[in-house]
Design a binder for this molecule. Structure first.
Ligand SMILES: Nc1ncnc2c1ncn2[C@@H]1O[C@H](COP(=O)(O)OP(=O)(O)O)[C@@H](O)[C@H]1O
Ligand SMILES: [Mg+2]
Length: 577
């Protein structure tokens, strides 16, 4: 669980956390004793999953860790001095007292290390006492060993540590304190103003000694600059990371909100404009789904038979092309026998609906499926396990194989048109919505040359408005596999033309960079997503089989070679210039 530390250098900081609100604005929420956070006085949010740790809090927590390490290293240094001192020359009394100071210092440092908390670090008075003790004992050691001995290097160590802290003033004071504490006695000893009491006294000329003092001062200054530079870089990096994190959290919050609204809009479970009306033998109940062509109602016949009845949107019902396409869906579905295609019960174009309330648009009655479409599942789960995805692709391929055998191209295969129907016997994936499907052999089209379908899952030849065959559905199936396995659509964007352009010319992001997928899975996806239909895997069943063997790293050598050639010509993530 994240801890949020108050920033002692920031008087405004009071230990509050910044939590992105669902609407995207940020709320300051007081931390609770159990680590959860109170938002607007009513919602409890687990900070481990929701809170944004502020840069100050992140740096404060880093400071605690760094201080602990510093205290341990200082204790080791002090103990090493304590062990070495009795081996040196000098009066017994002074050696004994320095040894005692060193061991006392090491013990004190370790007890500080044990007691160190964010609060102690934030407590200026106690921290100052500790620093004064450290400086004092270092001064004793330097005085004992001599200002021209290696002892002043302890100052470098201290300056580096103290200057990494968040307070610029404290950093400057510690550097100046250390530098002055060194320069004043060393110059005084070098010019023989005072006698040098140190153990290691140089016999060098005054000029040489002054040069060595200068060099130590340069090292101190460089240490100061290095520590402040690192501190600034760390702060900048943490701030950038924080800004990115806030952006991501805002987007996630907005997305969650949009998902909720989308669920409400698409899933229904609520009354639609036609709820309660009668359509042929069916009495319409709640809306169970919405699509581009129509609303789908739960319906019941007098004999108790339940159904899902799709009613063409009223605006589309004005256009005979749409009416023809809608009814052709029913004819096509009525020919399908696969248990992975939604079963048709009845359809019609009602001249007079029989309830005396005016004409109704055409309808299709299908078996009522319990469960949710793939779009709903993916919105919740992000991505699917390999096992589930393979099972789904196998079952969808079964439906597409039957469609291909009947010379039908679905042309709008996408997560919203794929349904996981749950029943007591288990769950089955079913293909819905043959609304824009086409007889492959039929040169006529109801699209008048305009590409129809859903851009993000549309084959390049379909996006261009060219003739399509079963291989267009293989492309869409590969897009679904890519989306399910990686958690990200192969092609996405805000502008339809850009998505269509990408589907025709750009390669999606390498799947292995989005999820742990092996090179064979990437190859199988590349073969399904080939831009040219003649380079693509030719049938849905072959694609499903290739993906299955790819998932156990056993793609055939021939398919590997084909995929490698495709990826060499157009690597993942590439776009034409
Ligand atoms: N038979 C059904 N049983 C339950 N829900 C269905 C059924 N058919 C469709 N739906 C729901 O309605 C949504 C829209 O149906 P769809 O046939 O795709 O309509 P459209 O042709 O308008 O896109 C689907 O995404 C699904 O959630
Ligand atoms: Mg649909």
């Amino acid at each position: 669980m994240m801890i949020v530390l108050p920033d002692p250098a920031d008087p405004a900081s009071d230990g509050t956390q910044t939590v992105p609100a669902a609407s995207g604005q940020r709320l300051a929420a007081p931390s609770q004793p159990d680590g959860t956070t109170l938002v607007q006085g009513r919602t409890w949010i687990d900070p481990a999953s929701q809170a944004t740790i502020t840069p100050d809090a992140a740096l404060a927590s880093d400071e605690v860790a760094r201080t602990r390490l510093f205290l341990v290293l200082s204790a080791i240094l002090a103990a090493a001095c304590g062990i070495a001192t009795p081996l040196l020359s000098g009066s017994v009394a002074s050696r004994l007292s320095v040894t005692a100071v060193c061991f006392g210092c090491a013990t004190l440092l370790l007890s500080f290390r044990r007691a160190l908390t964010a609060e102690l670090l934030a407590n200026q008075r106690r921290w100052t006492i500790m620093c004064a003790l450290l400086v004092g004992s270092s001064a004793v050691a330097v005085w004992f060993f001599g200002v021209f001995s290696p002892a002043p290097m302890v100052g470098t160590f201290g300056i580096y540590f103290l200057c990494l802290g968040r307070s610029a003033r404290a950093a400057l004071y510690s550097y100046l304190g250390g530098a002055i504490a060194h320069i004043v006695p060393s110059v005084a000893f070098a010019v023989h103003l005072l006698p040098d009491p140190g153990l290691l006294r140089p016999t060098a000329a005054t000029g040489d000694m002054l040069v060595s003092v200068f060099m130590v001062q340069v090292v101190f200054a460089c240490t100061y600059a290095l520590a402040r530079g690192s501190q600034k870089n760390t702060r900048d990096a943490v701030q950038k990371l924080h800004a990115a994190l806030v952006q991501v959290q805002k987007r996630e919050a907005l997305l969650a909100e949009a998902n909720l609204e989308l669920d409400q809009a698409l899933q229904g479970g609520h009354r639609g404009p036609l709820s309660g009306r009668r359509v042929a033998a069916w009495t319409l109940g709640a809306v169970v789904g919405r699509g581009a062509m129509g609303d789908v109602y739960e319906a019941r016949r007098d004999d108790g038979q339940r159904a899902a009845v799709k009613i063409l949107h009223r605006a589309l019902a004005m256009d005979p092309t749409h009416v023809k396409r809608f009814l052709r869906e029913a004819q096509i579905v009525s020919r399908m026998r696969s248990r992975h295609v939604v079963r048709l019960l009845d359809f019609g174009n009602l001249e007079s609906p029989g309830d005396g309330q005016g004409a109704l648009p055409p309808y299709i009655a299908m078996e009522l499926l319990d469960g949710h479409d793939l779009g709903w599942h993916l919105r919740r789960e992000g991505r699917m396990t390999t096992e589930l995805a393979l099972e789904m692709i196998d079952q969808l391929a079964d439906a597409l194989t039957e469609a291909a055998a009947a010379d039908v191209v679905h042309r709008d295969l996408k997560p919203q048109n794929v349904f996981l129907a749950e029943s007591a016997a288990g769950a089955l994936w079913k293909v819905l919505d043959f609304g824009v499907s086409k007889l492959a052999s039929d040169p006529g089209t109801l699209t008048h040359g305009t590409p129809i379908g859903t851009p993000a899952y549309m084959a390049p030849e379909q996006a261009r408005g060219d003739r399509v065959d079963a291989r267009a559905d293989v492309f869409s199936l590969a897009c679904i596999a890519y989306r399910a396995l990686t958690g990200r659509p192969a092609f996405s964007g805000n502008e339809v033309p850009q998505i269509l352009f990408d589907a025709c010319f750009a390669q999606p992001v390498r799947p292995g960079s989005l999820a742990p997928l092996g090179p064979d899975v990437e190859r199988a996806l590349a073969l399904g997503l080939a831009k040219r239909a003649d380079e693509r895997i030719a049938s849905a069943a072959d694609f499903a089989a290739a993906l299955r063997s790819a998932c156990s790293d056993a793609l055939s050598p021939a398919l590997r070679a084909r995929a490698d050639a495709l990826l060499a010509a157009a690597p993942w993530g590439s776009r034409p210039r």
